[in-house]
Every structure is written in C-alpha cells, then in structure tokens.
Design a protein around this ligand. Structure first.
Ligand code: ADP
Ligand code: MG
Length: 225
C-alpha cells in the first residue's frame, strides 16, 4: 500500500521522519480530507499548481531536515495571486539555502474553524496510544486531551470526543461546531492505520481544522520506529 511505499522510500534515504506531503498523500488514500499534498520543484511549477488549486494558497518548505516549518519561516499563508506565489517560492528556497530541500508544498488555504490535534505515541507499557484534543491553549496550557489505547472502538472514538472539557466547542457554542461523525471516522481511520503499520512510532496531525461539515488535516508528520 501507499504507506509501505512512502516508508520504504524514507528508509532507503535513511530517514525516520515522514514529511507532511508524504503523510497527507497516505491519508488522502484513506479518504481523509487534507489541504493537499502537491510539491513544486520550481517557481513556474508552484504558480501552475496554485492556478489549478485556486487562490488563496499556502506554501510550505518540504525538507527532511525541517520538522517545525513555521519556526524557521517555512510556512507562507494566504497567497492571493501568481506574483505572491512566485515571490514566496523564491524567498523560501533562499531562506533554506544550505538545507536539503525536497521542494515546496503548494496547498489550499483552509478557512478558519476549530483547531484540533490528533496524535499517536508509543508507551513502553501500554503500546500505541491515540490522543485527541483541541488546538492552542487547550492542549498546551490546559492539557485538555483524551487518550485511548489503539485499537479504539467506535464507542471509544465517541468518548474521546465527548470527554474533553472543550466539548461545547465541538457540540455547538457561539456559532462554532464540529462534524462529530466525520471526526469519529477520522479517529478510527488513524487507529486502523497504526494497527496495520506498527512501524509508526509517532504521528502528529496538528492542526486538523474542524467545521460544522467536515474537517481538513492541515499539517501531518510521522516518525518511524
Ligand atoms: P509547523 O511545521 O510549524 O507545525 P504547520 O503546517 O502546522 O507548520 O503550519 C503552521 C500554522 O499555519 C498552522 O498551525 C496553521 O495555523 C497555519 N496553516 C498551515 N497550513 C495551512 C493551510 N493550508 N491553511 C490554513 N492554515 C494553515
Ligand atoms: Mg503544525
């Protein structure tokens, strides 16, 4: 399958970190909605891809050496036309001179919504664990997360979603809500992927943006082993 292919390529290149575009391609193959996994290798190609996607778009550095892309200036949001895309591409390649660059990811700009995080970690005693929480202060400051051992059941997925303190933001609060059936399906799909591929050591979908209808995985990474 696609995961095996992507992981095989990484292994051949002696890397354990699967880049955003690689992980998103795997997720898309499972029917999971993302902001896109296309990578441009030239300014012309970046503009061509942006034209095909429709504006605004986002450019991100795709490098096996860059894990935290925005810290290093590797994320450019809300690019509104071919000139902005061309300039952003050139600036990005310049900013990462000296690093190994695979290319520049060109993707659609997700509209604002409720930011969530889905993660996988491996505990030496409990094995693989699935984590779900809301983004920003909810996870970072309030540690408002749900954890379950993988594999999860449909009831676990429901409990994980309804079990966080920020639950009202998902169920409907001041015009915000989330598509809970779609979110449940996402959690189950990630659990299944980890069961099929025990070589997944860590996984991080951060953020996933939630909407009243559907969601979009905006950023993704996997560590093998
Ligand atoms: P990092 O590697 O720094 O985590 P991200 O891909 O998560 O990089 O991008 C940083 C932030 O930029 C995200 O948390 C999100 O708020 C915003 N962002 C990134 N990509 C998109 C996108 N396609 N649409 C909308 N917002 C985005
Ligand atoms: Mg991120």
């Amino acid at each position: 399958d696609l995961f095996t292919e992507v992981a095989g390529r990484a292994e051949a290149e002696d890397r354990r970190y699967l880049m955003e575009h690689e992980v998103k391609a795997v997720l898309e193959g499972l029917g999971i909605s993302t902001t896109g996994s296309g990578v441009a290798r030239s300014e012309e190609e970046a503009v061509g891809m942006a034209e095909a996607i429709g504006y605004p778009v986002v450019l991100k550095i795709a490098s096996p050496e860059v894990v935290h892309k925005s810290d290093a200036g590797g994320v450019k949001l809300d690019l509104k036309g071919p000139e902005e895309v061309g300039r952003a591409y050139a600036e990005m390649v310049e900013a990462f001179r000296g690093k190994e660059i695979f290319g520049v990811s060109v993707q659609r700009m997700a509209p604002p919504g409720t930011e969530a995080i889905v993660g996988v970690a491996r505990d030496p005693t409990f094995g693989p664990i699935l984590m779900f929480g809301l983004g920003g202060i909810f996870v970072e400051i309030l540690r408002d997360v749900s954890l379950r051992s993988i594999p999860i059941t449909e009831a676990d997925a429901e409990d994980m979603i309804r079990g966080i303190k920020g639950r009202p933001l998902l169920e409907g609060y001041r015009g915000r809500s989330a598509d809970i059936p779609a979110l449940k399906a996402l959690l189950l799909e990630i659990s299944d992927l980890v069961v099929r591929h025990p070589e997944i050591g860590e996984m991080d979908l951060n953020p996933v943006i939630l909407y009243p209808e559907g969601y979009a995985v905006v950023d993704a990474r996997i560590i093998i082993g």
